[in-house]
Design a protein around this ligand. Structure first.
Ligand code: BGC
Length: 719
């Protein structure tokens, strides 16, 4: 800190009452070339330089996106072993997306932002908005599903919520980081149309609508250039077209070249290393591409000073928005409100996939012998998974939640299988005797009146975990066989699927009830028990399609060059037909459709009507229909609006999500739902003219309970 005599006037850059741009220019003109360059690189694993001479602080960052990560050592990936950095674990972003409730995304952002602020972070590394392209992607759980509109509408309030704390959100990973396999180098080739229609919208909304203060580049390449210094993505699209005024941060180790980093839109370089993830000691921070090598080029005049000025301006702007923003609130940490938010998101995000003969809810007291089978009933699922790992103050396991609700004396738990520890980057064999676990589980199931099978994936390597993709679509750790054997002794089986991805379900027809419960964080067990027992009426909807088999998924329909690529290149051959766009257009029925989710109530949709029959391209379509809760419990339904254009000059998907809204309805209540859709949002991206075009002609607008359950449609004309 600079100590000033009492009567001295503050320099402009320190004066919070001055406009930020004035402060930025004032600070910049006081700085030496060396100081400007310093701003652009890391000084530790999770911080970058400030300008100590001017009292401009360092920038501190943390993962993200589901809570604030434990402190990491200055220059190693080990935990710093603080005793006061245990945070609240919020549900994974797939769960947040499944709520279809943007106002809950705002509450989530506020809460996680408050925790980040309390922990003195300036940037929270999230949200992740990469599109769910394949169910094998190990990081889908950190993202918001397969639909660009859903991901956009959920990301924007999350970001706004975080940033109202004076903490920058960092939307990631820009762009096309849709798999972990070969993520550091795979060169993605995708059409302009798919880029603009599918992969960019959530980033664009984050910049234009949420005004996000930082963006993280992706590890992979796009059209031959690494995304962390990609001229097209960063200079042209992000900074020029979208007018992004914040900071581009590399993914950790995502920079590869000084000139490209200098010229192609990168601002802060983090996590570079020469010799592997853990042994970078020989590679000092001064050797970073944007450190001494960058300074040398500037000094020699091989790069103009305007290049570093541009970066320094952005970084200063971020610092004035965060660390040097005297107005920012103080934040809060692990408090009752945050637990309540985590619980609400978890409860609203759980998806009831199937419920034959209303097996669920299971009221407390109904059964005296309940079997809870599966490792995920007790496994710590906030550990592991890669950078989104969390050290939590507390978490309620599914088993604990069920015991509280149904009484510990009514429950017998059997692991059934074990998976070994969650170790980053490798698989470690479990210590337990698997046959013994298997046999015990069958016996427990045989003697129970009902079985809750709490299984799925976990945060181990090759599961839902950064750094590798899943190796199989089926459930791992012998669970497929275990479930089919349990079904032979007990048909009253509820599958509580804990995962961030779709999985194969060969026994789906035999299972009476399936609940998709994601990774729910601190409040996991409470949320699961509340939904299973009926205290909470489920209202989550799937943010991605569940294919029957892997080759029913678009990316996997085109062989290895489409996924995972040939180790150098990859072509997104399905183009715009991602997720339900593929299933619908190609008439490949999914096991569970995008947007699907049941309730303990029933909702009756009235016929959709429009305010007019024909519209100009500038107009707004006003849609109206009634929605009635015909069941006997209060509930909420995420209604969805899809559009299609049956005859167009280009391929258009069978349908595309254009709007959604979560409607709360008391038992027996009817509401009139009014939703507006801009005609301009019916456009496709014309890669010949590089513009968004609405072609005149007939469109069909539908209201639907999911992509697989259209309730009614109306034809309109666009002129
Ligand atoms: C991940 C990022 C993360 C960063 C810092 C990278 O490996 O891809 O999502 O924010 O590490 O932990």
């Amino acid at each position: 800190m600079i100590i000033m005599p009492l009567n001295a006037t503050k320099p402009v850059y320190q004066d919070n009452s001055q406009p930020i741009e004035k402060r930025v220019e004032d600070a910049l003109q006081r700085m030496t070339l060396e100081e400007k360059v310093k701003l652009c690189t890391a000084q530790s694993k999770f911080s970058s330089h400030g300008v100590p001479r001017l009292g401009i602080p360092e920038v501190w960052m943390s993962d993200g996106p589901h809570g604030v990560r434990a402190e990491i050592e200055w220059n190693s990936w080990s935990h710093a072993r603080w005793t006061n950095d245990s945070s609240t674990a919020f549900p994974a972003l797939t769960c947040l997306a499944a709520t279809f409730n943007p106002s809950l995304a705002h509450d989530y952002g506020v809460a996680v932002g408050e925790e980040a602020r309390y922990r003195r972070k300036d940037i929270l590394l999230g949200p992740g908005v990469n599109i769910y392209r394949t169910p094998l992607n190990g990081r889908n759980f950190e993202y918001m599903g397969e639909d660009p509109l859903l991901a956009s509408r959920m990301a924007v309030p999350y970001i706004q919520g975080v940033q109202q704390n004076g903490v920058a959100a960092c939307v990631k990973h820009f762009a096309l980081n849709n798999q972990e396999e070969w993520r550091g180098h795979i060169n993605v080739n995708v059409s302009d149309r798919a880029l603009y229609e599918i992969y960019l919208p959530a980033f664009k909304a984050s910049v234009e609508d949420a005004k996000v203060w930082s963006v993280m580049g992706a590890y992979n390449q796009f059209r031959g250039q690494h995304c962390c210094h990609n001229d097209l993505l960063l200079n042209k699209i992000l900074k020029q077209d979208w007018k992004f005024d914040g900071v581009v941060v590399t993914d950790w180790g995502g920079a590869h070249d000084t000139r490209q980093a200098a010229l192609n839109g990168l601002d802060i370089e983090m996590g570079s290393y020469t010799n592997g993830l853990t042994s970078e000691a020989e590679f000092g921070y001064n050797d970073y591409f944007l450190a001494d090598p960058f300074l040398a080029l500037l000094r020699k005049g091989e790069l103009p000073v305007s290049v570093v000025d541009e970066k320094a301006r952005r970084i200063l702007r971020l610092i004035f928005r965060t660390a040097m923003n005297a107005e920012r609130p103080f934040g809060r940490y692990v408090c009752a409100d945050h637990s309540a938010t985590a619980l609400r998101v978890a409860e609203e995000g759980i998806v009831l996939l199937k419920n034959r003969h209303n097996l669920l809810p299971v009221q407390p007291g109904k059964y005296k012998r309940i079997a809870v089978i599966g490792e995920n009933a007790t496994k710590n699922l906030t550990e592991g998974g890669g950078s989104s790992e969390l050290k939590v103050k507390y978490q309620v396991s599914p088993l604990e939640g069920l015991q509280k609700t149904y009484g510990a004396e009514s429950i017998v738990h059997a692991m059934g299988y074990s998976s070994g520890p969650s170790v980053y980057g490798r698989v470690e064999e479990p210590a337990e005797d698997q046959q013994k676990l298997f046999d015990e589980a069958i016996e427990v199931a045989r003697n129970a009146e009902i079985v809750f099978f709490v299984g799925g994936l976990n945060k181990n390597h090759y599961q839902d975990c950064e750094g590798g993709d899943r190796q199989q679509f089926g459930l791992p750790f012998n669970q497929e066989k275990l479930i089919s054997e349990i079904l032979k002794v007990n048909k009253n089986l509820v599958l509580v699927l804990v995962s961030g991805n779709a999985v194969a379900m060969p026994w789906e027809k035999e299972l009476p009830a399936i609940v998709q419960t994601w990774y729910l964080g601190s409040e996991s067990g409470n949320a699961i028990a509340n939904v299973l027992s009926g205290k909470v009426n489920p209202s989550g909807k799937l943010p991605f399609s569940f294919p029957v088999k892997l080759t029913d998924n678009a990316a996997h329909s085109f062989g290895a060059l489409s996924y995972p690529g040939d180790s150098i290149n990859q072509h997104y051959k399905e183009d715009i037909l991602v997720g339900y766009r593929w299933h619908d257009t190609k008439k490949i029925k999914p096991l569970f459709a995008f947007g699907h989710g049941l309730s303990y109530s029933k909702y009756e949709y009235g016929k959709i009507t429009t305010d007019k029959k024909s519209y100009t391209k500038e107009e707004v379509i006003k849609l109206t229909f009634t929605l009635k809760n015909t069941g006997s419990v209060d509930g909420a339904e995420a209604v969805q609006i899809y559009s299609s254009q049956p005859r167009a000059s280009v391929l258009r998907p069978q349908k595309e999500l254009k709007a959604f809204e979560k409607i709360q309805l008391k038992a027996g209540e009817t509401k009139t739902v009014e939703i507006a859709v801009n005609v301009k949002d019916l456009a496709f991206y014309n890669d010949k003219t590089q513009s968004w075009d609405v072609e005149a002609g007939e469109f069909i607008i539908s209201n639907a309970a999911s992509a697989g359950d259209v309730k009614s449609s109306v034809k309109i004309l666009i002129r």
